[in-house]
Each structure stands twice: as structure tokens, then as C-alpha cells.
Design a protein around this ligand. Structure first.
Ligand code: PRE
Length: 672
């Protein structure tokens, strides 16, 4: 810790030192990111964006930030910038070999120092090119003509601004020319007021700039006395013109870079009306360039519809049904046919992915005319799930960390393995969790633990807080039960799992067990789930009795969204019209969940069956269906059990279960 500086100078020295350290640490982090990219380039299946990892990183940042008294929104914002840069840094490394790189020429509207030129340089620094020559043109149209003529490799044009909205001329150029969007850049536009050296703000009578910049700073301009707004072809061009006119009463709105490069004085900074002033630019080429499938992508479309009731709703319905999240929709009148419109739509996803390709095919048949303007890396990711709180609805393929497309499993970086103490759950291993429904006494839990251990159990279960249907039934030993479970686990070398009923119990229970269980009745207890999301402890989440798989995954999402990635899902039977068993064990949930999520899936046959004789066959069926493990209830003396005695497995049942499991797991090549 540094001593508290007590003078302004000392404080600033400390700030300077700290800033140097921040830069050094950032450089070190980005070096590590380059190594990650190299590893990903070797392992061709790993996408650049890893939501799980980002959530984990965010959780760690928030935890540390909270401990040091930093605000969570600020921390999120800083990390968002770092991660966004980190992803960009990886693109050229993961995408292509340097041998494929070449020198390119890119055209933009304006002169050096304009926001277009700065944004273009920023984007090009992340592409696999040997170098780029930037050429400024007076008009958007000139840039496009040079591209069409082959003078340029790419055009770099603004398409929308967060304050001023769509840039209609560029939309029109996109539809009038057969061009392809191959990349985008979102540029934070920082406007300053620049004047001749020595000019004073109160002398200024004319402010010139690009019309869009004048609009963005209108509130500021209104605060100046009697200034004339003078539209200019470009912001940096306006700055340049001050040197020609040499009139201190004229100022220009431009980037700070444009002002400084021309030796102008900066009279005022941060003058845009909104704190966030962003412009989205497009990199446009003559030929399409499909982005690497590992890069998060976006696809831009333009379509025309018949002028009938419901046609737009139907068209959007097709995209929505395919889970294609819309990031922009705009309409533009068709000049030749008044009151008919063209629709510009951007959707998340790559047109080369099967689900989007199918949706586009269907959309094409529902439209008069449809053109795909391009699929390109999605950089305008304002609402990244890892950084904002995760959306509450599961709209595949919304990049929820646990739920993915309902399509055949997309390439995933691999299934998640959850460590419970030294035991790994998921990724091919099979884990048997067993123990009594409730901890009743030291003798009972110790004997029960030895008994299940002997049958091959790796994790000891035991209820201390029991959610019972009747308030008069045995409610568990509470914290005394937790202590006994811990002792039994230690004695027999097994990590432990116990159910938690309320968030108030977490501080007392969590430190003493290796995994916390959320029972079926509590699957919808979102306050509890949120709290568990902040823990560094695995959570065994049981499916609610009447929960659909989608609802089940959304409950899991509550935990994941808080930063805790260690979730194991458990199917335990659902309510159906069938009364022959206590619940109907939904074994289809096992393969379906495995298709929908990367989380481990285990099965609890005891609660579904409700009677001992059915538990072993259901358990074997669950293993055959591919469950990553089982959780079963067993008791050394079932006839004396204080709860759920009818379903408690005996020593012999446990042995039969073990004997039945071995050949099934062996046939699947799974270790046990
Ligand atoms: O760990 C990775 O896989 C990385 O690519 C690094 C990193 C990061 O900067 O922390 C960046 C992008 C990913 O989405 C996740 C994390």
C-alpha cells in the first residue's frame, strides 16, 4: 500500500506511477491474450468469444472490485472495453496466416483526422493486412465510385450515429450498387471545438463542421452567444479551413486529433449533447468475405414486401422463429412507388450457419425481393450477455451461457466439467452421489456414508434442512445435521452435498459442504438462485416438478448470470397424469438437455420413483441415456428412516445398482 499523499504534487506523482503500472499490466494481459489466440488457432474448433470464460472473468473482477470499494457499473465498463479489444486482437491471429496478408487501399469521406479516417485506421489495425493506404474523398458517392472502378479495395462509410440516426445516403448507395458489407466498426465520436492558436471562446461567432456534427453539438452551440452554424463537407476539413481563413471568430467542431495535427487550439472538449456519441461504420467490398465461423457475426439484409396486411410481421416472425436476434430495423421509402418501403434489417448470426441460412431461404419466399448485404464480425455488441446481465428470456440462439440453439449441437468448445471437491462431474466421467434423505444421527450418517462408499459412491448426500410437504413432518437437524454430514464426509473421504432452502442459511451452510443443492420446490426461488450465483461453490439444481426444460435452463441461468459457472442439472421426475409412480421420470430430458446446454446432467431416480423397487431400474436407464451421474437415497436401516423410507435403497440395493451400472458404463466407454 502506498502512503496517503498529502499534497497535490505527491498525489499526481502517485497517479502517474499508477497509470504507468496500469499500462504495463494491460500490455501484459494482451500478451497473454495473444497466446490464447495462438492456442485457438491451433485448436480449430475454439471460438474467439467464450461467454463462459467472460462471465467468470467478470465475476472475479466484480468480486475484487467490491472488496476494494469500486463501483460495479464502472468495473463492468472497463472490463467491457478490455474484452472487446481482446477479442479484436485475436481475430487476425486466429483467422488467417500472415502469408495471406497484403497491402490494401481504403477510401473514406473526408480528410485525414476526420472521424472516418480515425475509425478506419482503428479497424484496419485488427485485420490481416500488411498495411493500408487511406484515401479521403469529398463525397460518399466518390468513395463508392472509386471502389466500383477498382481504384480501392474497400470503402469505409458511416451507416448510423447514436444521436443523429441512419445516414440515408449510405443506405441508398448500398442498394443502388451491388456491394458487400465485410466488416463494421463502432467509433466513439469525441467532438471538440477548435480555434486558431490564441483564439478565445467568447470571440467565436461562426462554428463550422459536418452537418451531423453540428446536430450532435446543438445543445452546446445554443449555449454560446449568437453563433452561426456553417455546414462543411467534413469535420477535419472544417478544421483545415480555419488555417486558410485565419479568422479567430471562426471555430470548427472536429476530433481532437484533427485539431492538434493542424496546430489549432482546443477551446472546449466533450461538447456533444449525449455523453455517448457513437457512429457505426461499414467496411464495404466488391466481393463478399464470409467471416470465420468462430467470430461472432452479424448479417445485414434489405427486403421489400408486398403491401398487404401482416407481411412485415410475418417476415419478422420467420427471423424470430429462427432465434435470429434483430440488432437494427429501418425502413426507407421506395422513390418509384410512393408509400412502399424497403426494410433494412441486421440480425445476429452468420448467413453460412444452417439455422440462419434456412431462415433466409424462408424469408426470401415471403418477400418481394431480398438481398443479403453481407455477414461480418459483430462488433457493435452493446448488450453483450457476458457484460450486461443475461437476458431473462431464452430466445435461441441468444448467447445464453447454458442454453444454445435447438438445432443439432453447434460446435462448442467442449462440455463443462464441474469439480465437487476432488471429484469431477461431467465430460465423460460418471459419478454416483448417495446417502440418506436426511441426516438423523451421527451413527446413521456415518454408517450410511460407509455403506454408499462401499458401493462406489463418490459424493455423500444428506439433508439437514428438509422441505417437507407437511409442516408436521421431520424438518431435519439443521446446522447440527450439516456438521454431522461434514464429519461423515471427512471420515469416508467423500465430498458432500446438502440442500439449502433460503439465502439466509447460505453463510452458515456453504462453508461446511462441497456442493449446495437447490430442490425442485425451490427451482423458482430466484432470490435464492441469484445469491447462489455469487458463490464460488458448485450448485446441484433440481428441475421443478412442473418446469419445462426451458424454464429449468433459465433457472440455471440465474446462477450462471451471477458469475457462478459450476452448475449441475438434475432431472428428478415431473408431474404428469400418471399416478403409478410418485413422479414421472423424464429421461428424455437427459439427451435433450445435453443438446441444449454444456452443463453436466444427472438424474435422481429416488424422488421420481417414490419406492425402492423402481429406483435401480430407473437409475440404470438414466445411465444408459447418458446421464453424467446419479443421486440416490440410501439408508443403513431404512425401516427406521425419518423421511422417505419407502424409496431408501438398502445395502443390497446399492450393491445391485453398482453391479448393473458397470456393464452399461463400460459399454459406453465411460470410466466409473
Ligand atoms: O480466454 C479466452 O478464451 C480469451 O479469448 C481471452 C478473453 C479475455 O480477454 O479474457 C477474451 C475473449 C473471450 O471471449 C474470453 C476471454
Amino acid at each position: 500500500m502506498h502512503p496517503n499523499p498529502d499534497t497535490l504534487g505527491a498525489a499526481r506523482t502517485l497517479i502517474d506511477e499508477t497509470d504507468r503500472e496500469i499500462i504495463r499490466l494491460l500490455a501484459r494481459r494482451f500478451d497473454a491474450v495473444r497466446s490464447v489466440a495462438q492456442a485457438k488457432a491451433t485448436d480449430g474448433d475454439r471460438p474467439i468469444l467464450d461467454n463462459d470464460r467472460e462471465r467468470g472473468v467478470l465475476a472475479a473482477w466484480l468480486r475484487d472490485a467490491e472488496a476494494l470499494g469500486l463501483s460495479a457499473p464502472f468495473t463492468r465498463r472497463v472490463l467491457k472495453e478490455i474484452l472487446s479489444h481482446s477479442r479484436r486482437l485475436q481475430e487476425p491471429l486466429v483467422e488467417g496466416s500472415p502469408a495471406s496478408a497484403r497491402r490494401i487501399t481504403v477510401g473514406y469521406q473526408g480528410v485525414p483526422g476526420s472521424h472516418s479516417s480515425l475509425a478506419a485506421a482503428h479497424l484496419l489495425a485488427t485485420r490481416s493486412v500488411r498495411g493500408a493506404d487511406l484515401r479521403g474523398y469529398a463525397l460518399f458517392q466518390d468513395v463508392v465510385e472509386a471502389l466500383q472502378a477498382g481504384t480501392l479495395d474497400y470503402a469505409f462509410l458511416p451507416i448510423e450515429n447514436s444521436i443523429g440516426g441512419a445516414i440515408a445516403d449510405v443506405n441508398r448507395l448500398l442498394i443502388d450498387n451491388t456491394l458487400h458489407i465485410v466488416d463494421e466498426e463502432v467509433w466513439e465520436v469525441d467532438q471538440v471545438l477548435a480555434g486558431l492558436p490564441g483564439a478565445a471562446l467568447d470571440q467565436v461567432r461562426t462554428v463550422r463542421s459536418h452537418p451531423a456534427a453540428l446536430v450532435q453539438c446543438e445543445g452546446y452551440l445554443r449555449g454560446l452567444e449568437e453563433v452561426v452554424r456553417q455546414p462543411w463537407f467534413d469535420t477535419a476539413g472544417a478544421a483545415e479551413s480555419l488555417l486558410e481563413d485565419r479568422d479567430p471568430a471562426i471555430a470548427a467542431i472536429c476530433s481532437e486529433e484533427a485539431a492538434r495535427a493542424r496546430g489549432l487550439d482546443v477551446l472546449a472538449t466533450g461538447i456533444a449533447d449525449q455523453e455517448r456519441n457513437e457512429t457505426r461504420f461499414l467496411l464495404i467490398a466488391r466481393e463478399p468475405e464470409g467471416p470465420d465461423p468462430r467470430v461472432p457475426a452479424k448479417t445485414s439484409l434489405v427486403f421489400r414486401l408486398n403491401h398487404h396486411e401482416g407481411t412485415l410481421a410475418r417476415a419478422l416472425g420467420i427471423l424470430s422463429a429462427a432465434g435470429a436476434n434483430l440488432t437494427r430495423i429501418e425502413s426507407r421509402p421506395l422513390p418509384a412507388t410512393p408509400w412502399e418501403y424497403l426494410f433494412f434489417v441486421d440480425v445476429e448470426g452468420n448467413q453460412a450457419s444452417p439455422h440462419l441460412a434456412r431462415a433466409l431461404k424462408e424469408l426470401r419466399s415471403a418477400c418481394n425481393h431480398l438481398r443479403v448485404l453481407g455477414s461480418y464480425p459483430h462488433r457493435a455488441r452493446g448488450a453483450e450477455p457476458a457484460m450486461e446481465q443475461v437476458p431473462a428470456v431464452l430466445e435461441p440462439p441468444a448467447p445464453l451461457s447454458c442454453a444454445v440453439e435447438p438445432e443439432p449441437a453447434p460446435p462448442r468448445p467442449g462440455r463443462v466439467r464441474v469439480n465437487v471437491g476432488p471429484i469431477q462431474v461431467g465430460e465423460g466421467a460418471f459419478v454416483l452421489m448417495a446417502g440418506p434423505c436426511a441426516v438423523e444421527s451421527r451413527d446413521q450418517i456415518l454408517e450410511g456414508a460407509r455403506m454408499v462408499r462401499a458401493a462406489g459412491a463418490a459424493i455423500l448426500r444428506g439433508g439437514a434442512f428438509k422441505p417437507r410437504t407437511s409442516p408436521y413432518a421431520f424438518q431435519g437437524l439443521g446446522l447440527e445435521g450439516v456438521a454431522l454430514l461434514k464429519e461423515a464426509g471427512r471420515e469416508t473421504g467423500m465430498p458432500t452435498v446438502t440442500e439449502i432452502l433460503t439465502q439466509e442459511d447460505i453463510p452458515d451452510v456453504a462453508p461446511h459442504v462441497d456442493m449446495l443443492q437447490v430442490g425442485a420446490r425451490n427451482m423458482h426461488n430466484f432470490a435464492l438462485l441469484k445469491e447462489l450465483g455469487r458463490l464460488d461453490k458448485p450448485i446441484l439444481l433440481k428441475r421443478g416438478m412442473s418446469a419445462t426444460l426451458k424454464e429449468f435452463l433459465l433457472a440455471a441461468e440465474y446462477i450462471l448470470a451471477g458469475g457462478n459457472q459450476r452448475v449441475i442439472l438434475c432431472e428428478r421426475g415431473i408431474r404428469t397424469f400418471e399416478t403409478a409412480t410418485r413422479a414421472t421420470l423424464d429421461l428424455s430430458a437427459v439427451p435433450v438437455l445435453k443438446r441444449m446446454t454444456h452443463l453436466p446432467v444427472i438424474v435422481d431416480p429416488s424422488h421420481a420413483a417414490g419406492e425402492r423397487e423402481l429406483v435401480v431400474p430407473l437409475a440404470l436407464a438414466a445411465a444408459a441415456a447418458g446421464a453424467d451421474g446419479l443421486i440416490v437415497e440410501a439408508h443403513p436401516w431404512p425401516e427406521t428412516a425419518l423421511c422417505d423410507k419407502a424409496q431408501a435403497l438398502t445395502r443390497e440395493d446399492m450393491a445391485a445398482l453398482a453391479a448393473g451400472l458397470r456393464p452399461i458404463l463400460a459399454s459406453q466407454g465411460r470410466a466409473w
